[in-house]
Design a binder for this molecule. Structure first.
Ligand SMILES: [Mn+2]
Length: 339
């Protein structure tokens, strides 16, 4: 974002505006925390602000201040469309292309409202009027903090804003362990702690929310469904709809499952495949230089970051598993490389 962009944005925000904040489908803590954190900040300046998500999000995010006012496009289409139609300004947070919002993305794409994209995914699209993109940032929440600083708004960061942003940074950085965790990440986090965040409280709200069924599903997954291919430094998990049903699946229950195989010594590439109603959802994680963003883009109509990406497959789960395994030999050399 250039200094000229920033003064334009300052000018726009200098009088009350109708603002809509949007984020990607199936929002995670970074998506929702960035949205609500920015929402609370903008509301301090008499703007009219709405957060609209393309669909619902897991219960472990319902503690976030402002959750009750979030509009779910999928269940409130009329309301959402009317609000978007009236918007002067639309923020696009934690996604790089409108397609990540599916149908709601088409609604946003049709408006003439000015659009500001703040994101850390690779290759942002050119639709926004202003772009604040940094693929090296731990999270979009970290960039929202920077955005607020740029607007000289740091003194307005209260506990509500800080808790939302902290949740985004903590989760997207893998609890401060991924390679995107930098001195900047910790600088921002220290400011959030000064604003009143208690790390133990936020961790508990997000991660200590398991049902017994989810723990049983995790046990079943690790014991019966984890496949390890030592010759490719790769591990894979697939789960059928029947299995999810058996363990009373709630939205978000398989969140983080893809990370477990990465803790096997030597594993550099991990894949999780989950059978949905009419497609298979894939998550990929890697360590070091193996880019799952490239892998997901090339083979599973997806993308994301170098070490964390997602994709989808329109063939059956069994066929998806076969396809995945058949792709591994061509990456053997890359996967065996040091680092
Ligand atoms: Mn993110």
């Amino acid at each position: 974002m250039s200094p000229a962009d920033i003064s334009k944005i300052e000018e726009i925000l200098s009088s009350p505006k109708n603002i809509v904040i949007t984020t990607h489908r199936s929002p995670d803590a970074d998506a929702l925390g960035s949205s609500l954190g920015l929402c609370h900040f903008l509301k301090k300046f008499e703007h009219h602000v709405n957060v609209i998500t393309p669909n619902s999000y897991p219960e472990f995010l319902h503690w976030m201040p402002g959750h009750k006012e979030v509009i779910n496009y999928e269940t409130q289409k009329k309301v959402a469309k009317a609000i978007v139609k009236n918007a002067d300004l639309i923020f696009c947070l934690d996604y790089n292309i409108l397609k990540r919002m599916e149908e709601f993305g088409e609604v946003v794409g049709k408006t003439t409202a000015l659009k500001i994209l703040i994101d850390h995914h690779q290759q942002p699209d050119s639709f926004p009027d202003f772009i604040l993109s940094d693929v090296t940032a731990s999270s979009t929440a970290q960039l929202i903090f920077n955005f607020i600083e740029t607007l000289k708004g740091e003194k307005y960061i209260d506990k509500d804003i800080a808790e939302c942003l902290y949740a985004g940074i903590m989760t997207d950085s893998g609890n401060f362990r991924f390679s995107t965790t930098t001195t900047e990440t910790h600088r921002v986090v220290s400011k959030l702690l000064e604003a009143g965040v208690r790390p133990d409280k936020i961790y508990t709200l997000i991660f200590d929310d398991n049902t017994q069924e989810r723990m049983n599903l995790l046990g079943h997954t690790l014991l019966n469904k984890l496949k390890y291919f030592p010759e490719f430094h790769t591990s894979m998990i697939s789960l059928t709809r029947d299995e999810l049903k058996q363990f009373r699946y709630r939205q978000g229950d398989t969140e983080g499952f893809v990370n477990y195989p990465l803790s096997i010594k030597g594993v550099k590439f991990s894949a999780l495949m989950i059978e949905k109603k009419d497609l298979v959802k894939l998550s990929f994680r890697s360590k070091g230089n193996f880019s799952v963003n490239k892998f997901a883009r090339l083979h599973f109509s997806g993308g994301g970051h170098d070490n964390a990406a997602g994709g989808e497959s329109r063939i059956s789960l069994d066929e998806t598993v076969t396809k995945f395994i058949s792709l591994l030999p061509q990456y053997k050399e890359e996967l065996l490389k040091e680092k």
